[in-house]
Design a protein around this ligand. Structure first.
Ligand SMILES: *[C@@H]1O[C@H](CO)[C@@H](O)[C@H](O)[C@H]1NC(C)=O
Ligand SMILES: *[C@@H]1O[C@H](CO)[C@@H](O)[C@H](O)[C@H]1NC(C)=O
Ligand SMILES: *[C@@H]1O[C@H](CO)[C@@H](O)[C@H](O)[C@H]1NC(C)=O
Length: 229
């Protein structure tokens, strides 16, 4: 009957465990133990110091990512012709980047941007090149812009995309995904970090600019982008 009793308090009622063999005494054992204990304590102390250092660093600097926003968007052409499978576009995006930090400056080395419609990446532009890279001071905002113009050979005739395109053309408002790739440095006084990469994603709904005949559907609303490192 004892076998079928419920196990109480996690006690073990199964077959007896064979006794653990006592470690054989060794001559060097004490010394080894001593060294091991010392190393362990040293390691622990180093880890605690590192964690503390990191916490203090974090508390003093309070690092925060930059904020990125699309303040204005001007779409004067977005025209797909199915006979030659060509998308003609003319889009200007105005961005602002803000450094919300109290202690850390950013150094923007380069910014690249890519625009997609319906999952098709049709345009890329350099928003900032090494040539016009700049240092952004704390609590300040700077403007950048991207000009996307040209044509792109693609097939937007798959049922889903075509339907969507027709609807967007009717509404004269087009949804775009904009992805930006940053190369930036962090700067504190005279110290600067090595280059790191950051990304921003923006989802934009951009009305086609008025051609004089048809009034513009809506105004473009300033949109925040999602920034991550
Ligand atoms: C699109 O492009 C074609 C050929 O360039 C032109 O005939 C047509 O009027 C354009 N449509 C719009 C809405 O701009
Ligand atoms: C937007 O960017 C374009 C291209 O750089 C520029 O000409 C225009 O003045 C900018 N508009 C605003 C409102 O900053
Ligand atoms: C970063 O620091 C190095 C030396 O510390 C300096 O030579 C370099 O010009 C700095 N970079 C920028 C972008 O200021």
């Amino acid at each position: 009957m004892t076998d079928k009793q419920p196990q109480l308090n996690g006690a073990y009622y199964g077959p007896a465990i064979p006794p653990v063999e006592a470690p054989r005494p060794r001559r060097q054992r004490n010394c080894c133990c001593c060294l091991f204990g010392f190393c362990w304590k040293l390691l622990l102390a180093v880890i605690i110091l590192l964690v503390l250092g990191f916490l203090v660093f974090w508390a003093v600097l309070q690092p925060r990512a930059f904020r990125f926003q699309v303040t204005d968007a001007t779409l004067t052409q977005f025209n797909y012709t199915s006979n030659d499978h060509t998308l003609r576009y003319n889009l200007v995006l105005n961005f602002t980047a803000r450094n919300p930090n109290k202690k850390i400056d950013f150094y923007y080395e380069s910014v690249e941007s890519h625009v997609s419609y319906g999952g098709v990446r049709f345009a890329s532009a350099e928003v900032l090149t090494l040539h016009d890279s700049f240092r952004q001071r704390t609590k300040s905002t700077d403007r950048m812009s991207g000009v996307f113009t040209g044509h792109y050979k693609t097939v937007l005739d798959h049922d889903q995309v075509k339907k969507r395109l027709e609807e967007d053309e009717r509404k004269r408002v087009f949804p775009f995904d904009v992805k930006l790739q940053f190369k930036i440095k962090f700067m504190i006084g005279d110290f600067n970090s090595s280059s790191t990469k950051a990304k921003a994603n923006c989802y934009l709904e951009i009305p086609l600019s008025s051609d004089g005949k048809t009034p513009m559907a809506t105004e473009f609303a300033s949109t925040n982008c999602h920034v991550h490192f």
